[in-house]
Write a protein that binds this ligand. Structure first.
Ligand SMILES: [Zn+2]
Length: 474
């Protein structure tokens, strides 16, 4: 037993955790306890099932001890980009500075009052209010943000033990984390995270942008760039190129930059784009964002196409950022799921080659379009993150919308966890609860038998993930 495991075990015993499934109804709010009797039966089984996260990001211990305001900022999609609302580096200086430094920066940039206003609005979201109630139930304290954070900080004195208790509560067995966003962490933090969440197994996907960005600043010709990019790509897929491990799939962040992605096989266009990108390097950071994206458009279509070819050869899936927030970094209007149709087809020589494509984030808010794309194209999957957990109670309606048309064999559970571990946990808790509620309607309506509904949950929560990424042999 490792130090972390024995720490987890003693904390489990100290917390008096029980595995008796009859206690699982404590995970339900009152109004759901009064639901149709079929719901209670389905929920008891589904809540105890294993869970796989098909797209998420690692956590570090830098959020172990936090404050109510900082917690709201770090867990909210609207809080994620606070640094972008001030000149580069200023917000980090303010967060990490002493009182005198904060005072000086406030005088110049009015950071405190702007941040307070942003946090006030975030704290008035139903997501935060509901999350506080759930955390209070888990931590055994009053359902107020300040009290919950106090209880969390107390548990976080042994942070990885607290994280382990969150993972056990929803029964995570596999996570696939995208190493393209790690909040500044490196090898050491990946290793700590992956060991700390054991026995949950960790797998990784690599982001195309993280690979190519290594070479964009180099004073080399296009041929050399392509050779370096391809060598790294192969190492990431077949060797230890993804921080010492191989990847079980790839991830692309191209859609928010350019909208419609058409595969590009023409090397000469990619080379022109490479030359233009090299010329613009010194002024790129000051360029207007659409103009900057246009310069690298063909180059990125080309690198995307090379990566997708390699995925196709290995029958590995490509995750593609779709829908979602991440303003002000992304161009929101570009994130339409239908803009993925050409890469789902992947036409060449008059033939559709149909690699396995996973549009991320349920295409939210265009959930219906992402679902319809997946309904029509057999090689297009459907992933539930961001929508899970951020739309909380309304997951019931959205899961019903997804189940309307997407084959159950293609729906993948995910949290897109970032910064703090509570997103892993609340995604699992709400995912299982509202999936049970949506499947109850299928059972009551006669479209699924009870057993079929349980099998649907098994597929969505873990079976599809293991089959798609071939995790049994990973
Ligand atoms: Zn992500």
């Amino acid at each position: 037993m490792t130090a972390i495991e024995s720490e987890n075990e003693s904390h489990r015993q100290a917390a008096g955790e029980v595995s008796d499934s009859s206690c699982k109804l404590k995970h339900l709010p009152l109004f759901l306890k009064r639901q149709h009797p079929e719901f209670e039966k389905l929920f008891e089984v589904i809540d105890a099932l294993p869970l796989d996260d098909t797209h998420c990001h690692l956590i570090t211990d830098r959020d172990a001890i936090t404050s109510p305001k900082r917690f709201v900022e770090r867990i909210s999609l609207g809080g994620f980009p606070f640094p972008a609302y001030f000149p580069e580096g200023v917000y980090e200086q303010w967060v990490n500075g002493d009182e005198a430094a904060k005072f000086a920066l406030d005088k110049k940039f009015d950071i405190r009052s702007k941040v307070d206003q942003m946090i006030y609005h975030l704290s008035q979201s139903i997501f935060i209010k509901f999350l506080v109630k759930e955390m209070a139930q888990f931590l055994g304290c009053e359902p107020r943000l300040e009290t919950v954070i106090e209880a969390r900080n107390d548990r976080s004195k042994i942070y990885w033990s607290y994280v382990g208790s969150l993972f056990r509560d929803v029964n995570y067995e596999n996570v696939i984390h995208d190493t393209g966003f790690m909040d500044g962490a490196g090898n050491r933090e990946i290793d700590t995270f992956e060991r700390a969440i054991e026995p949950c197994r960790s797998h990784r996907v690599a982001r195309i942008e993280a690979i190519q960005d290594e070479f964009f600043g180099m004073d080399i010709g296009f041929e050399e760039f392509e050779a370096k990019y391809t060598a790294r790509l192969l190492d990431v897929l077949d060797g230890g190129g993804n921080y010492g491990k191989k990847s079980v799939g790839m991830k692309s962040y191209l859609l928010p930059d350019i909208g419609l992605i058409r595969p590009l096989y023409d090397k000469s266009l990619a080379e022109k784009s490479w030359i233009a990108m090299r010329k613009s390097l010194s002024v790129r950071s000051k360029m207007e964002r659409e103009g900057a994206a246009n310069i690298t458009k063909d180059l990125c279509r080309y690198t995307f196409t090379l990566a997708l070819e390699e995925c196709l050869k290995r029958d590995l899936p490509m995750q593609i950022h779709t829908g979602d927030g991440e303003a002000p970094y992304v161009i929101l209007r570009n994130q339409d799921p239908f803009y993925l149709e050409e890469v789902v087809r992947f036409d060449k020589d008059n033939m559709m080659r149909m690699p396995k494509i996973v549009p991320l984030h349920a295409g939210y808010p265009s959930v219906g379009k992402a679902a319809w794309l997946s309904h029509l194209y057999p090689n297009c999957y459907f992933e539930l993150s961001i929508m899970t957990p951020f739309i909380h109670q309304s997951l019931y309606e959205r899961y019903k919308q997804v189940l309307e048309v997407v084959p159950m064999s293609k729906i993948l559970f995910a949290s897109d966890n970032f910064h703090v571990p509570e997103l892993f946990w609340i995604a699992g808790r709400w995912g299982k609860r509202y999936l049970s509620q949506a499947l109850t309607d299928c059972v009551v309506g006669g479209s699924l038998t009870f057993e079929e509904a349980i099998e649907a949950a098994r597929m969505i929560l873990y079976k599809n993930n293991r089959a798609l990424y071939k995790l049994s042999d990973a």
